[in-house]
Design a protein around this ligand. Structure first.
Ligand SMILES: [Fe+2]
Length: 287
C-alpha cells in the first residue's frame, strides 16, 4: 500500500520512525549477508574496531560513544578471526561498503526509499552516509548504542539544514522478524530533559518506558528513524551476530556532506546509475 506523502512527513515529525514494507527482495539481502559473513574473517575490509573488555573500561566510560574509547583492537586479535575478536569488541563496520559490497547497491539505490526521504526532508534527498555494521554476541558490557540515546546530544532542535533521516535494513536472515531496535516515539524537545543521554531502560520513568516501541521488521522491510530528535537504542544480540545496513539521507548543505565526500563508489558503477540516482549520490567520491 502506498503511504500518503503527508502521512510520511507527519509520522516522522511526531513519532520519529516509519516502517516501510517490502522495499527489497530477500535474495538481495541474503547475497549481502553471505558476503558479510565471509568478509568478517578478512581484516582488510574491516575498520579497526575499538577495543572493549570487562577490565579495560568502567561502565561509565562505555556508556558514552564508542568512538571516544581510547584503545583500538590490536591487529593480532583481529587477525585471529571473527570467532575470537568478537569477544573484544561489541561492533565492527566495514570500510567503503559501496566499493567492497556491490550487493548493497540495490538496497542503497532504492527509488521508493529515496522518494520518501525527500518528502521527509522537504528537499531532494542526497546520500550522506552508508554503514554496514555488525553487532557482536558476546559477554562484554553494553555500550553506547545499547543505551537509550539521541545521536545529537544537545537538547535543542537540530538546525534545518542539518536535519537528516536514517534508514535501517536488517541483513541477518536468521530470524523472520527483527525487533531489537527500541524507540521512544516522543520528540526529545517534549521530554524536557527527563531522560539522560545513554540511559539504561531501568533508569527512565516508567510512564516513558511504557511508551517505548520495538517495531517488527522483516528482511525485505526497512525503517526510517530520526536519530537526532528521538531516543533510541539497539539491544545487544544474544545468540548470533547481527548485521545491519544504515543509509543516511541528508540535504545539500548538511554538515555531513564532508563525510559523504569520503564515501567511495566506482566511477563505472556511478555512470551506470540513472540520472536521479546520480543526483542522489552526487557528493560521493568516484574512483
Ligand atoms: Fe543512535
Amino acid at each position: 500500500m502506498e503511504l500518503s506523502l503527508k502521512k510520511v512527513k507527519k509520522t516522522i515529525a511526531e513519532k520519529g520512525y516509519l516502517k516501510l514494507k517490502n522495499i527489497s527482495h530477500l535474495t538481495s539481502v541474503k547475497k549481502l549477508e553471505e558476503k558479510v559473513l565471509n568478509r568478517l574473517n578478512k581484516p582488510l575490509y574491516i575498520n579497526r574496531p575499538k577495543r572493549m573488555s570487562n577490565n579495560l573500561y568502567i561502565a561509565k566510560a562505555v556508556k558514552g560513544p564508542q568512538i571516544n574509547l581510547p584503545h583500538y583492537l590490536h591487529k593480532k586479535i583481529l587477525n585471529k578471526g571473527y570467532g575470537h575478536y568478537k569477544n573484544y569488541t561489541n561492533s565492527i563496520t566495514f570500510n567503503q561498503p559501496l566499493l567492497n559490497f556491490k550487493e548493497c547497491h540495490s538496497l542503497v539505490f532504492n527509488e521508493k526509499v529515496m522518494k520518501y526521504a525527500s518528502i521527509i526532508l522537504g528537499k531532494p534527498a542526497k546520500l550522506g552516509f552508508v554503514a554496514l555494521s555488525c553487532l557482536m554476541d558476546n559477554k562484554l558490557p553494553k555500550n553506547d548504542i545499547n543505551y537509550l540515546h539521541t545521536d545529537d546530544i544537545s537538547n535543542s532542535k537540530v538546525v534545518e539544514k542539518n536535519r537528516l533521516v536514517k534508514f535501517t535494513i536488517p541483513i541477518s536472515t536468521n530470524a523472520k522478524y527483527h525487533n531489537e531496535y527500541h524507540h521512544l516515539p516522543i520528540s526529545k524537545l517534549k521530554l524536557k530533559n527527563k531522560i539522560k543521554q545513554y540511559s539504561d531502560l531501568n533508569e527512565i520513568p516508567k510512564i516513558l518506558k511504557n511508551k517505548i516501541v520495538s517495531p517488527k521488521i522483516k528482511n525485505v522491510d526497512g525503517m526510517f528513524f530520526d536519530p537526532d530528535n528521538f531516543f533510541h537504542l539497539a539491544a545487544k544480540p544474544k545468540k548470533k551476530i547481527r548485521i545491519i545496513l544504515y543509509v543516511v539521507y541528508i540535504k545539500e548543505g548538511n554538515y555531513l556532506v564532508k563525510k559523504a565526500k569520503n564515501l567511495k563508489i566506482k566511477k563505472k558503477e556511478f555512470l551506470k546509475l540513472p540520472n536521479h540516482f546520480k543526483q542522489f549520490a552526487k557528493f560521493l567520491k568516484k574512483v
